[in-house]
Structure formats: C-alpha cells, structure tokens
Write a protein that binds this ligand. Sequence first.
Ligand SMILES: *[C@@H]1O[C@H](CO)[C@@H](O)[C@H](O)[C@H]1NC(C)=O
Ligand SMILES: *[C@@H]1O[C@H](CO)[C@@H](O)[C@H](O)[C@H]1NC(C)=O
Ligand SMILES: *[C@@H]1O[C@H](CO)[C@@H](O)[C@H](O)[C@H]1NC(C)=O
Ligand SMILES: *[C@@H]1O[C@H](CO)[C@@H](O)[C@H](O)[C@H]1NC(C)=O
Ligand SMILES: *[C@@H]1O[C@H](CO)[C@@H](O)[C@H](O)[C@H]1NC(C)=O
Ligand SMILES: *[C@@H]1O[C@H](CO)[C@@H](O)[C@H](O)[C@H]1NC(C)=O
Ligand SMILES: *[C@@H]1O[C@H](CO)[C@@H](O)[C@H](O)[C@H]1NC(C)=O
Ligand SMILES: *[C@@H]1O[C@H](CO)[C@@H](O)[C@H](O)[C@H]1NC(C)=O
Ligand SMILES: *[C@@H]1O[C@H](CO)[C@@H](O)[C@H](O)[C@H]1NC(C)=O
Ligand SMILES: *[C@@H]1O[C@H](CO)[C@@H](O)[C@H](O)[C@H]1NC(C)=O
Ligand SMILES: *[C@@H]1O[C@H](CO)[C@@H](O)[C@H](O)[C@H]1NC(C)=O
Ligand SMILES: *[C@@H]1O[C@H](CO)[C@@H](O)[C@H](O)[C@H]1NC(C)=O
Length: 669
Amino acid sequence: MRGGGLHFHFHLWLVFLFALTAASFGLGVENQSVRCIAAERRALLDFKKRLTVVENRLVSWTSEEEECCNWIGVGCDNSTGHVVKLDLDAMFTTGEIGSSLLELKHLSYLDLFSNHFHKIPDFIGSLSELTYLDLSGNSFTGFIPHQLGNLSRLLCLDFSRNSLSSFIPISFDNMPALQRINFEGNNLEGGIPKSLGNICNLKELNLNDNKISGSLGVVIKNLSGCAKDSLEALNLARNRLTEALPDLSILSSLRKLSLSGNQLEGPLPVSNGKMSQLVLLDVSSNSLHDCWNKYMILTAINLENNDLSGIIPNSLGSLQTLESLRLRNTSLYGEIPQSLENCTALKLQDLGDNKLTGIIPPWIGERLNGLNVLRLRSNEFHGNIPSTLCRQQLLQVLDLSLNNISGDIPSCLNNLTAMAHLGSSMALIPLVGITYTVDFIGAIGINFHEHLLVVWKGFEREYGNTLGLLKSIDLSCNKLSGKIPRELASLQGLINLNLSRNMLRGSIIREISQLKSLDSLDLSTNNLSGEIPESMSELSFLSMLDFSNNNLSGKIPSSTQLQSFNATSYSGNPGLCGEPLRKCPGGEPPKMPNNGGNEGDEGLFEPLWFFIGMIIEFLIGFWGIFGSLMINRSWRYKYFQLVSKLTDWIKLTMALMMVKLQRKLRLKE
Ligand SMILES: *[C@@H]1O[C@H](CO)[C@@H](O)[C@H](O)[C@H]1NC(C)=O
Ligand SMILES: *[C@@H]1O[C@H](CO)[C@@H](O)[C@H](O)[C@H]1NC(C)=O
Ligand SMILES: *[C@@H]1O[C@H](CO)[C@@H](O)[C@H](O)[C@H]1NC(C)=O
Ligand SMILES: *[C@@H]1O[C@H](CO)[C@@H](O)[C@H](O)[C@H]1NC(C)=O
Ligand SMILES: *[C@@H]1O[C@H](CO)[C@@H](O)[C@H](O)[C@H]1NC(C)=O
Ligand SMILES: *[C@@H]1O[C@H](CO)[C@@H](O)[C@H](O)[C@H]1NC(C)=O
Ligand SMILES: *[C@@H]1O[C@H](CO)[C@@H](O)[C@H](O)[C@H]1NC(C)=O
Ligand SMILES: *[C@@H]1O[C@H](CO)[C@@H](O)[C@H](O)[C@H]1NC(C)=O
Ligand SMILES: *[C@@H]1O[C@H](CO)[C@@H](O)[C@H](O)[C@H]1NC(C)=O
Ligand SMILES: *[C@@H]1O[C@H](CO)[C@@H](O)[C@H](O)[C@H]1NC(C)=O
Ligand SMILES: *[C@@H]1O[C@H](CO)[C@@H](O)[C@H](O)[C@H]1NC(C)=O
Ligand SMILES: *[C@@H]1O[C@H](CO)[C@@H](O)[C@H](O)[C@H]1NC(C)=O
C-alpha cells in the first residue's frame, strides 16, 4: 500500500510537472485539433534550417511532428489551420531570416524579440497581413527597409534596441492602423517624417535614446496631423532637440511626456496648463528656466538639472496625486513651501543640490507618510532633524548630508520600520516607478524608470533597478552633536550609514553589531572616543569602513575582518593601535582572540545558508511568475523588467558576498 501511495504521488508530480511545462510553452488548455497545412509546415522547416538554435529550443520543429500548430512558438487559426502567429521571443537564435516566411500568407503576428539576427530582409514588407511586428533586441544594423511602409495593417511596430543607423526611412502614409511605434535605442538621425503625424490611431511613440535633431517645435509640428489627438505617450528623451519649448498643448491626449536630456531652452509656455491629461512630465537635463505650471493630475515630475533659479512655488501643493518630485540641481532657493504638505501621495522627494534654506519642516514627517526616499542633500537647511521624521515607516533612503543641521540624532529612528526589516524580504518589491509603467494600451508601455543618485562607498552612483534594495541613512557633513543613539542599532536592514563630518561624541555603540546588513559604515571626522567594540566582528557584510579622525583609543579588535581595511580607515586617532596600525605598546596584555576560529567558520558558513535560501526563494518566485507569464503573454514586458531587476539583485548580492568571502579567506591565510 505504501508503494502504491508513493506511486500515486509520483504520478501526481508528473502531471503537475507536465502541466507546468505545457503552460510554460504556451500550449495551455486549448483544443488544438486543427491539422496544419503541409506547405506551411515545409516553410517553417525551411525557415528553421537557416537558423542556429541554441539548446535545441525549437525541438518540436521536426518533420515527424506533423501538427505544426503545436510547435513551440507557432500559432494557427482555429478554423482554417493557417499559421497566423510566430513567436520566437528570447530564443537567442542567430542566422538568416529566410524568405520561406513568405509562404505563411496569413501570418499576422511576428515576434523575434531578443534574438541575434543581423539583417532585416526587404521581403518583410511583403508580409502584408502583419499586425504585430517585434524585431527589438536583436543585432540589426544598417537601414530599416523602406518596404515596411507597405505593412498597412500593422498595429504595433517595435525596432527598439538594435544598432540601426539611418534616418527614419519609412513613409507612414500607408499605415493608418499603427498604434505603437518603438524605435528606442538605435542611432536614428534627422527629424521625424511628417507622415508619422498623419497616423490617426497613434498612441505611443518612443524615440528615446537616438540622435534625432532639429527644433522641438518642428517635431511637434510634424506630429500635429491627426496624431495630435490620439498620442498618449511621447518619449523623445536623450536626443539632440533644440530651441525653446513649443506649445505642447496641441497634443491634447498626452499622458506621458519625456523630453529629458536634450538641449531645450527657455520656459514652458503658459498654455501648457491646458494639458489636463498629463500624468508624467520629465523635462530634466535641459536648459529650462521656468517650468512651473499647473498640471492637475501629474504623478511624476522631473525638472532636475535645469536652471530654474527661483523658489518652489506654492502652487505645487495642488498636485495631490504627485508621487515623484524631482527638483535636484535646479538652483532653487528659499524655504520648502508649506503647501507641499498637501502632496500626501509623495513617495520620492528629491530636492538635493540646491540652495534651499530654513528648517526641515516637521510636517514632512507628519503629512507625507508614504515617502520611500527623502533626499535634501547639499542645501542650506539648518535646525534639528525633526523627530516627526521617525514616523516615516516606509522610508528607505534618508539623505540630509551637506547641510547645516545641528542638534542630536533623534533616538526614535528605530521607528523607521522599512529600514528595520532585513533586505531580502523587500528585495523584489520595486520602490517607486512601477506605478508609472501602467500599460494603458497593452503590453508595451513607455517606461520611465525611477532612479536616484546616492553616495555609497565614497562614490556618487545612480541607482535604477536596484533602488528598492538600498536602505541608507546619510547625515554626513552637518553639525550634529551628541551621541550616536543606541536605537539606531534596530535598523537591521540598513546597508549604508554615513555620519561622518559632524561633531558626534561618545563611544561607538556596542549594539552596532546588530546592523547585520551593513555594507558601508562611515563615522569619520567626528569626536568619537573610547574603544572600538569587540562586537564589530559580527558585521560580516562590511566592505567599507571609515573611523578616521576621531579620538578612538585602545586596540583594534583582532581576529576579525577589521584588519583587512586600509590603515587610512583608522588614521587620525592618536590613541588607537594594533593591526593595521602600529603595534600596541608591549605593556598591554594581548587580547585573547576569543572564539576567533569558530567565529570565522560560522561567518563563512553563513553566506552559504544565505545563498541556499536565496536560490530557493528565487526558484519559487521564478516558477510562480514564469509559469503565469508564459500563459499570459501580455505580461511579458513586466517579466523582462523583473528579470533585469532580479539579475541586478543577484549581481549585487553576489558582489557583496564575494567581497566578504575574499576577506575571510585572506584573513585565514
Ligand atoms: C477537441 O475537439 C474535437 C472536435 O473539434 C473533439 O472531438 C475532441 O474531443 C476535443 N478534444 C479535447 C481534448 O477537448
Ligand atoms: C478559437 O476558437 C475559440 C472557440 O473554440 C474561439 O473563442 C476563439 O476566438 C478562436 N480563436 C481564433 C484565433 O479564431
Ligand atoms: C510596396 O510599396 C511600393 C511603393 O512604396 C510599391 O511600389 C510596391 O508595389 C509595394 N509592394 C507591395 C508588395 O505591395
Ligand atoms: C519634419 O518633416 C519633414 C518632412 O517629412 C522632414 O523633412 C523634417 O526633417 C522634419 N523635421 C523634424 C525636426 O522632425
Ligand atoms: C546641474 O545642472 C547643470 C545644468 O543646469 C549641469 O550642467 C550640471 O552638470 C548639473 N550638475 C550635476 C551634478 O548633475
Ligand atoms: C491644501 O489642502 C487644504 C485642504 O484640502 C486646502 O484648504 C489648501 O488650500 C491646500 N493648499 C494648497 C496650497 O493647495
Ligand atoms: C512611530 O510611528 C508611529 C506610526 O507612524 C507613530 O504613531 C509614532 O508616533 C512614532 N513614534 C515616534 C517616537 O515617532
Ligand atoms: C550654519 O549655521 C551657523 C549657526 O548655527 C551659522 O553661523 C552659519 O552661517 C550657517 N552656515 C550656512 C552655510 O548656512
Ligand atoms: C560619507 O559622506 C561624505 C560626505 O558626504 C563623503 O565624502 C564620503 O565619501 C561618504 N562615505 C562613504 C563611505 O560613502
Ligand atoms: C571632543 O570631546 C571632548 C570630550 O570628550 C571635548 O573635550 C573636546 O572639546 C571635543 N572636541 C571637539 C573638537 O569638539
Ligand atoms: C580625546 O579623548 C580624551 C578622553 O578620552 C580627552 O581627554 C581628549 O581631550 C580628547 N581629545 C580631543 C582632541 O578631543
Ligand atoms: C590602501 O592600501 C593599498 C594597499 O593595499 C594602498 O596601495 C593604498 O594607497 C591605500 N589607500 C590609501 C588611500 O592610502
């Protein structure tokens, strides 16, 4: 009976695995009773012959398997049996796109996303039934064939992320159905053909990261055929557009607009107040002077790296849906207006690198309860850190450095719940930005990724995908006095802590060893005294340490990784001795390396468990998500975003782990 039970379970598992596999290959539950058409099967086999397929991904494409409608990536029409869909996305195939595709006379969906094809064949313009064409993420070079302009049924055209170089050669006169065009990340030059503006269904145009040049006014003019009433998302970021901002309100349906990273000048014309649909506006990194206008339902506004030279207007307080406010490096002065307390939806507030004055208003903590990121770095704020900031339970990045802030570090910081939680649970939860990738017309949205400049390990870096992982407090370069509060030790998720260049006194709290996730700790240039606590050895993730220029004394605890840091990490503490500094005076009894060996082993063991746990978590997450994604194709883009996030996360984790392991190994020698 036992055996039978096992047997039964085994079968259940087989069924489960099969279902999983079937689901992941998109075969699903459909009844595929149609017989595929012999000529089309031959055409597919011929098409395959010209490909180099990795890992036998097209394993089902054989002459033995007659039902080509069941082949991986092939979809047929229910009633006629004609092949209507070819989806080879992420097959990493190389070779030639063979003209046998022309035999598939009813092909309406062709997706070659993320392969390694080099040449777009001219005959592609003859696949006249195509409604969906995705050639993104390949290695196409050279010109886009003008024959594409013959694909009059096309709804979606995606050429993004190739190395194409040319002007946009297509005439869109014969493509009235197009809704989405994505040419992101090529080397396209010149202007935008006027015929593009005559596509009356165009909802989304993405030309991010090309070399489009000319006056933005002319570009908008070229778009102002009937497309002006349909266009919902326009991304012209990182091109070479010049001159003053034109009246954009002519684009009456626009919801998302990015003009970031061009050479635009002057103010936003007042009539932009008419753009009542605008949700997201990114005009950062231009030479704009006055961008303050009323946009009623904005959720994200990015004006950074412009020269606004003024105060933050009160009217900003009317943007009650605002989630992301980025005003970094815009020459702003004056105080933070109280009206901002009405922006209760804010998740990210970056007012850094300006000349703002006054105190940090206590209402920031009281009213803006959803903040994930508060960055006020490099301004002229004075006064205390308001204790109301402790109410920010979602706060992950607090950067108040380079101001004139005085007083004590509030001891209620242990109330910052998000920082008190360990990293791994939060690791896959995107911080901000994801709310703007809402796909209002289907799978492919124009994504405006949230990013942030953070000083970590001594370098200012931009965090994009991994931003959600970062938990950081930077209070450096202020006039903070008093002791380091013990409560700080509760913030176990903290990865970066920088309290350097203040006037902190007292000793380094023993409890600091509880900050197990800490990767970078900078307490330099304060007035800290006493010994370095022995418990520091437990900070096994630490890869950057600076205790220099304090008044620390005694022996640097040995048998820990503390020895592996540069002597400069400890310099400027006249009373400090021991490796890596000078030897301690002979009189002092050598400290026992208490449990040194053991601790080392445990420390080495720990990442292994961490790693195993990570793999398990990854696999569970992967199957859960991957399975459902393959069934529901429209989730594809989110999936790839997720993968890149995961990859970033794994890279980050691995990097941290390697540093740690290397240090341990070095110490063992
Ligand atoms: C598939 O459809 C055919 C008729 O079209 C039917 O005879 C057969 O039972 C169906 N199979 C399944 C598994 O539903
Ligand atoms: C296939 O058939 C089902 C019903 O059997 C129908 O709902 C579906 O729309 C058909 N799909 C196509 C592409 O014809
Ligand atoms: C494609 O368009 C060109 C004109 O742009 C025309 O001469 C040619 O016949 C068209 N080809 C097909 C297959 O429709
Ligand atoms: C505007 O359209 C014309 C005609 O298609 C084109 O020659 C020109 O380059 C376009 N200019 C810009 C700036 O897009
Ligand atoms: C700040 O903005 C100006 C343009 O106003 C730009 O030239 C400069 O590079 C920016 N600085 C930083 C640090 O981003
Ligand atoms: C802030 O909100 C309050 C109450 O909703 C309102 O009375 C006040 O006018 C608002 N302030 C601004 C500047 O929008
Ligand atoms: C801690 O957070 C809770 C919830 O926001 C708040 O009610 C409480 O006042 C906070 N405590 C301190 C000391 O700030
Ligand atoms: C900083 O504050 C001190 C008084 O606390 C004041 O004397 C000094 O001028 C301030 N510095 C700046 C740059 O605001
Ligand atoms: C801490 O902050 C100071 C001043 O902002 C900076 O110079 C230093 O590099 C930071 N330390 C680390 C470890 O990032
Ligand atoms: C540092 O602290 C000591 C007392 O611990 C005090 O005597 C000294 O004045 C302080 N130095 C500075 C520069 O604040
Ligand atoms: C360093 O600390 C000692 C007490 O531990 C104190 O006497 C001395 O004044 C301090 N030195 C400085 C420069 O603050
Ligand atoms: C840190 O140590 C390395 C040798 O390991 C040395 O080359 C380097 O100059 C040191 N860094 C500083 C800032 O002194």
